[in-house]
Design a protein around this ligand. Structure first.
Ligand SMILES: [Ca+2]
Length: 492
C-alpha cells in the first residue's frame, strides 16, 4: 500500500479523502514514469489568478520568471479548466475529482445569493470538515479566505490553524494592512512549504503537498520586499511574490535532489476577478471572468513540471480540468480510484508522459445546479447565458469590462437551450462570433454536443446541496460590499 504524508498549506473549505478504489486510473496508458521509488506530489493552487497573468501566457510585463522557467522545463496546458467559476466549489472538485453538483458543493439556486456568498462561506470551519479528518497529516492555514476584518464577537476574524490547533486570527495575530496591502502571509506559506519538504525528504517518505495560497484574491496583498515592485500595481506585487515562492519550492526540490521524483502542478481555482478592473488579474484574450462560465471565468493557467519524466518545453492541447488532478495523482501513485461513485476527472498520464491527447467527455460548465455550457473538442455550446444582474451592473460591478458581446454577455438569465450558442474556440477564443445554426459546422457539431449533454444529465445524481445556507459573517460581508440585488431571479 502506498504510504504518503499529506500536508495542506492553506485551503478553503471541504476536504475529501484522496485514496479510495476505482477502475478509472487503470484505463490510462501503462507507461511508467522513469523515476525511482514512489513519487512526491505538489499541487500549487492560486486564488483568482487568471490565464493571462503569467508571462508564458502572454502577460506583457513578463513578471513571472519562475513560472515561465517552470513551463519551459515542463508542460503547458492552454486548454485547462476549473470545475466552477468560484473558489470553494472549484477546490472541492479538485480534491474529490467530481463536479460540484455531484459532490454537493453547490447551491440549487444558480442565480441566487449563493453565487456570491459561497466563496466566503465558513462551512469548512466545522470540525467534520477539518483537513486532518480527510486524509491530511498536517495543516497550516485557514479554512477560509482572508476577508474581514470582522472585529467583533459575533463575526470574529478568520482563525488560522496549525494542524488541529488554532494559532491565531487574521488581522490580529497575522497582521494585514488593508490600506497598503502589506501582509507577510505568502512568505509564511512559502517557508511552511519548504520546511515541510525538507522534513519529509529527510524521512525518506513520499509526500503530497497542497499549496493553496491566496494573495491574488481580493483583498490582494504582498510582503514589504514585494510591495511596489510590479509595473501592474499591488496585484502584480502579489503575483511576483507567488512566482518567487514557486521558484523557491522548485529550487528546494532540486537542492534536495528529489526534483526527478516529484510531480508538480500549478493552476488556479477560477478566472481573474475582472470586476476589480485594473486592480484585478488578467484572463488574457478570454471573455469576462470570475463567476461566469465564459472562458475568462473557468479557463485556467496550468503548468506541469517533473524533470526527467515530463519532457520540458512541451505544450499539451489535452482538454483538462482541475478534477483531473485527482485521477492523475492516484494513477502515478498506483492507487486505484473509487469505484463506488462517478469520477469526472481523467488521468493526464498519457498527456504528461507521451503528449497524447485523450478523447474525453465534455467539460461541463455549471453555475450552481444549472448547466450553463459545455466544451467538446474545440467547440463550446452555451445553453444559458448570464453575467450579472442589471441592477448590479448599474451599481458598478462589471464582470466583462469592455467586452460586451450582444446577445451573449447578457444581464438577464437567458435560456438558449432552444438554439444553443455555438463558438469555435480555435478561431474565436474570445467567444465573440456565434456560429449560425444554419451553418454546416453547427449542424455537424451540435447534435454530438447535445447527445453528450443528454447522456450526462440522464445519469446525473446531484449531491445534497451544501451551499444553500450562508454563515452570518458571510452575510455581513455581502452587506458591506453592497448586497446583490436578486430582483432578476423572478425572470428565471
Ligand atoms: Ca478563487
Amino acid at each position: 500500500m502506498f504510504s504518503v504524508r499529506f500536508a495542506l498549506m492553506f485551503c478553503a473549505l471541504s476536504y475529501f479523502p484522496l485514496a479510495a478504489r476505482s477502475d478509472i486510473a487503470r484505463s490510462s496508458t501503462q507507461q511508467s514514469p522513469k523515476s525511482a521509488g514512489k513519487p512526491n506530489f505538489i499541487v500549487m493552487l492560486m486564488d483568482d489568478m487568471g490565464w493571462g497573468d503569467l508571462g508564458v501566457y502572454g502577460e506583457p510585463n513578463k513578471e513571472t520568471p519562475n513560472l515561465d522557467k517552470m513551463a519551459s522545463e515542463g508542460m503547458l496546458f492552454p486548454d485547462f479548466y476549473s470545475a466552477c467559476p468560484l473558489c470553494s466549489p472549484s477546490r472541492a472538485a479538485l480534491l474529490s475529482g467530481r463536479l460540484p453538483i455531484r459532490n454537493g458543493f453547490y447551491s440549487d439556486n444558480a442565480f441566487g445569493c449563493n453565487g456570491m456568498c459561497i466563496e466566503y462561506t465558513h462551512l469548512g470551519q466545522q470540525p467534520r470538515y477539518h483537513p486532518l479528518r480527510h486524509g491530511f497529516d498536517e495543516w497550516f492555514g485557514s479554512s477560509n479566505c482572508h476577508l474581514g476584518p470582522f472585529n467583533n464577537r459575533d463575526t470574529p476574524n478568520v482563525p488560522v490553524f496549525r494542524d488541529a490547533d488554532m494559532v491565531g486570527r487574521y488581522y490580529e495575530d497575522f497582521p494585514f494592512n488593508k490600506q497598503t496591502g502589506e501582509a507577510n502571509l505568502t512568505q509564511i506559506y512559502i517557508n511552511e512549504a519548504t520546511s515541510f519538504i525538507e522534513k519529509q525528504v529527510a524521512t525518506g517518505q513520499p509526500f503530497f503537498l497542497y499549496w493553496a495560497v491566496d494573495a491574488t484574491h481580493d483583498p490582494v496583498y504582498a510582503s514589504p520586499d514585494f510591495l511596489g515592485t510590479s509595473r501592474r500595481g499591488i496585484y502584480g506585487d502579489a503575483v511576483r511574490e507567488l512566482d518567487s515562492g514557486v521558484g523557491r519550492i522548485l529550487q528546494t526540490l532540486q537542492k534536495l535532489k528529489v526534483d526527478n521524483n516529484t510531480f508538480v502542478f500549478f493552476s488556479s481555482d477560477n478566472g481573474a476577478a475582472t470586476y476589480n478592473k485594473a486592480k484585478g488579474g488578467s484572463n488574457g484574450p478570454f471573455l469576462c471572468g470570475k463567476e461566469t462560465t465564459f472562458e475568462g471565468g473557468m479557463r485556467e493557467p496550468a503548468v506541469a513540471w517533473w524533470p526527467g519524466v515530463v519532457q520540458g518545453g512541451q505544450v499539451s492541447f489535452q482538454l483538462g480540468s482541475l478534477m483531473d488532478l485527482f485521477s492523475t495523482l492516484l494513477d502515478f501513485a498506483d492507487i486505484p480510484a473509487p469505484s463506488d461513485r462517478t469520477i469526472d476527472g481523467i488521468s493526464l498520464r498519457p498527456a504528461l508522459l507521451s503528449n497524447i491527447v485523450t478523447d474525453r467527455s465534455p467539460i461541463f460548465l455549471y453555475r450552481g445546479d444549472l448547466l450553463m455550457a459545455a466544451r467538446v473538442g474545440q467547440y463550446k455550446a452555451h445553453f444559458w447565458t448570464w453575467t450579472n444582474s442589471w441592477s448590479e451592473f448599474h451599481s458598478g460591478t462589471d464582470f466583462c469590462p469592455g467586452q460586451e458581446v450582444k446577445g451573449v454577455t447578457t444581464h438577464k438569465q437567458t435560456n438558449q437551450t432552444a438554439s444553443p450558442l455555438l463558438f469555435d474556440l480555435g478561431c474565436d477564443p474570445q467567444e465573440k462570433y456565434v456560429i449560425p445554426p444554419s451553418s454546416p459546422i453547427y449542424q455537424q457539431q451540435m447534435p454530438a454536443i447535445l447527445k453528450a449533454v443528454k447522456e450526462h444529465l440522464a445519469t446525473l445524481k446531484p449531491g445534497d446541496p451544501q451551499l444553500n445556507w450562508c454563515d452570518p459573517a458571510v452575510m455581513l460581508m455581502l452587506k458591506l460590499k453592497g448586497s446583490r440585488d436578486d430582483s432578476d431571479k423572478k425572470e428565471i
